[in-house]
Design a binder for this molecule. Structure first.
Ligand code: AMP
Length: 125
């Protein structure tokens, strides 16, 4: 079920539960600002999610309301995770789904990192 736009943050969403340690994850990286872990249903040979530790519903919420330090910390961490995954050379794709038409399912801002094969066209025709 896609997330409707402009909803308040739901502290029971699955990523909030992972951040609280109530659900497991296959962790790739963690720092003060972010947690990165493998997607449970990978759509590419490498499919990792990077999420801020603070509660933001979507990129729309994060870009408007996060502090400069959070935005910088998050952006640098996405690059760091790509380096950890060693996908800088061959390349990778970043994706963040926002709201209903964006196809967002989990209402906690996240960036997908896809890699491990040629990823083809950006969107289905
Ligand atoms: P989105 O459609 O952008 O909201 O993507 C949500 C992603 O979260 C999907 O790719 C799911 O496979 C992934 N996901 C959902 N639950 C979990 C979980 N417990 N651990 C890891 N990934 C998950």
């Amino acid at each position: 079920m896609a997330v409707k736009g402009n909803v308040p943050y739901d502290p029971q969403n699955v990523f909030a539960r992972i951040l609280r340690g109530e659900l497991p994850c296959n962790k790739v990286y963690e720092n003060d600002y972010v947690l990165a872990f493998h997607d449970i249903a990978p759509k590419a040979p490498i499919h990792v999610l990077v999420i801020p530790k603070a509660p933001y519903v979507s990129f729309a919420d994060f870009s408007q309301n996060a502090s400069e330090a959070e935005i910088t910390g998050f952006t640098r961490a996405v690059g760091q995770v790509a380096r950890i995954l060693q996908v800088d050379g061959p390349g990778y794709r970043l994706l963040s789904n926002v709201g209903e038409e964006g196809g967002q399912e989990v209402p906690h801002f996240h960036v997908h990192i896809f890699a491990g094969r040629a990823l083809g066209p950006m969107l289905p025709e």
